[in-house]
Design a protein around this ligand. Structure first.
Ligand code: LLP
Length: 411
């Protein structure tokens, strides 16, 4: 089930989700792998005329089932931890297509990345540059580095999603970035291969990225004049999806970026996460009971912000459907989870067909930053996951158990 479906299609997929709910229980995430492949291919088509490498931002959704599609489609990956790197290597994503852009990399994570022979470690400070050089020297290797520029441009659908502002923890200020390039060029254990930046996520207007791309291209040219020749111009991720408003125009964005990077003889690296994974996922939960309080109608569900944190954390408004509720009168409903937190909600005051006990609720556009931000708060095991592919479905992650909750604990 995905955004933009016709009524007939929607009816069929609702039926499928109801069958899955009966068999695996609730709550669960369902990912449409055909749709994921289609989004990847459309993205690649839009970039066909530009020398590029798409590095899927694994942080958006690191399910092995999705990563296998990423590998099969020949995409690279943007990772931010040793764990994400290990998962990518496990599914066979080529190391030479993996960029590592975590803001805080531990020494063992740096070592693993250098050993794996990834495309670039995206440097976040001068101290980190030293640490990478030390690790490379100890391993007798040359570490490819890309320097992350703090472009002093903020953008993002919520203040927590803006990462490019001057005082943000990400990247190096321009003068420091230039210094990092000089040091990397002078250090035998380092190879400066790229410049990177990422201004924020859930952008519906790509102007901030283009504003950041211009100084990045200037720095690239300045380095070239100083004899430092880079390969990758990495503009990060950030492409928003439509939780309500219109999505950015991908071909227009690619054209504008290509124009700025034009003449650099660069490989344009993009790190889309949400754009590829967001629309392919649906979170399904069951209504446990419906009550009235202070003039509000409240549907209490078995899945909440432990499973899908975005509404609570960012006030994100995901499209929601009450399955099989189409013929009911619409009313304003708070769709809430089972946690002992007033902030535990999936939607507040949403116009929906009046839910009833036992109904299934589908929260859409939940493929990105859903499962990856979930927790076992209130000792609720991680939910099940299923994938839909070519008209059938299968469980891709078993529901967590009470044993899982205590597996690594000692008293
Ligand atoms: N590259 C870098 C360096 C990033 O930090 C991010 C996201 C991406 C790429 C992918 O961005 P995307 O294409 O998905 O916008 N938890 C938040 C989103 C945080 C994004 C953090 N960085 C949410 O649920 O909206």
């Amino acid at each position: 089930m995905t955004a933009g479906q016709g009524a007939g299609e929607r009816g069929r997929s609702d039926h499928c989700l109801a069958t899955i709910a009966d068999e695996v229980g609730t709550p669960f995430y369902a990912y449409d792998l055909d749709r994921f492949r289609e989004r990847i291919r459309t993205f690649e088509d839009a970039l066909a005329d530009v020398p590029h490498l798409t590095c899927y931002a694994v942080k958006a959704n690191d399910a092995l089932a999705l990563l296998e599609v990423v590998a099969a489609e020949g995409l690279g990956a943007d990772v931010v931890s040793g764990g994400e790197l290990a998962k990518c290597l496990q599914v066979g994503i080529a190391p030479k297509t993996i960029v590592f852009s975590g803001v805080g990399k531990r020494e063992d994570e740096i070592r693993a990345a250098v050993e794996a022979g990834i495309r670039s470690l995206n440097v976040e400070s001068l101290e980190e540059l030293e640490e990478i050089a030390d690790a490379a020297r100890r391993l007798g290797r040359v570490a490819p580095v890309s320097v992350r520029l703090n472009p002093d441009v903020a953008g993002g659908g919520h203040e927590y999603l803006a990462t490019g502002g001057g005082a943000s923890k990400f990247g190096l200020q321009r003068a420091e970035a230039a210094e990092a390039f000089r040091r990397a060029a002078a250090e035998a254990a380092l190879d400066p291969v790229g410049i990177s930046f990422h201004v924020g996520s859930q952008l519906l207007d790509m102007a901030p990225v283009l504003a950041a791309a211009t100084p990045a291209a200037e720095l690239w040219r300045e380095l070239e004049r100083a004899g430092i020749r880079l390969e990758d111009f990495d503009a990060g991720g950030g492409l928003g999806i439509s939780y309500g408003a219109a999505e950015p125009d991908l071909p227009a964005y690619v054209d504008s970026l290509a124009e700025i990077a034009g003449g650099l003889d660069a490989t344009l690296v993009l790190e889309p996460g949400r754009h590829l994974a967001g629309p392919v996922g649906t979170f399904v939960t069951r209504v446990l009971h419906v009550k009235q309080a202070g003039g509000r109608t409240i549907a209490v569900c078995d899945g909440g912000s432990n499973d899908l944190l975005r509404p609570a954390l960012y006030g994100a408004e995901h499209p929601i459907a009450v399955l099989a509720g189409d013929d009911r009168e619409e009313t304003q409903v708070d769709v809430v989870g089972p946690l002992c937190e007033s902030g535990d909600f999936l939607a507040l005051g949403r116009g929906l067909p009046l839910p009833r006990r036992g109904d299934l609720i589908a929260v859409e556009l939940a493929g990105a930053y859903g499962r990856v931000m979930s927790s076992t708060y209130n000792a609720r095991p991680l939910c099940a996951e299923v994938v839909l592919e070519q008209g059938s479905w299968r469980v891709s992650r078993e529901r967590g158990t009470y044993d899982d909750l205590v597996r690594n604990e000692r008293t």
